[in-house]
Ligand binder design. Sequence first.
Ligand SMILES: [Zn+2]
Ligand SMILES: [Zn+2]
Length: 207
Amino acid sequence: MNIQPLLEKSSRDHSHLCPRQILGVRMGLCGLKALGLSANQGSKRLLVITETDGCFADGLTAATDCTIGHRTLRVEDYGKAAATFVDTQQTGLTIRVAPALDIREQAYQFAPDEPRHYFAQMQAYQVMPDGVMFTVTEVQLKTPIEAIVSRPGVRVNCDVCGEEIMNEREVRQNGTMLCRACTGHAYYQLSVSLSIYELLHKKNLHI
Ligand SMILES: [Zn+2]
Ligand SMILES: [Zn+2]
């Protein structure tokens, strides 16, 4: 298969093409093959869970047409260039693809005339067989796929902060409906004890 059009697609929004994008394109194609699917192209049958963001993820998108905007790409940021591919609608088959542990050493065998590691990877990742590049494993998601995909468009309000929660991401606790932040699992904390609004309000009162 000629992967050049996919590499062009991946690098279109970057100022460069790099080994990670090529790895993402190849892994995306490998995942599609393992599930017996073609790129999503408007459907939502394939869900990809990428284990890192950045160039690698854009390579995955180029190959699979899965994007965050279409809710067909999710990031579980483990800092790994690996991804899980799910047939969400028919077979439920779930396949995790990761680089072979010796992928870099193998790459140098496939580009023996290129002493620069970066460029050796650029060349090799385009031609190495899937079986040399990747390990492909069937896995089971710990959260049911229906819950991960959820129902888009459902909206409720958090009983504590009042903010709107979409797509069934609310948490029900003792009869209350909470956003994840209000359950104590926020990725942020307020840097001051008062909100900006309250601070401004207070300042006005003092003028
Ligand atoms: Zn890059
Ligand atoms: Zn809340």
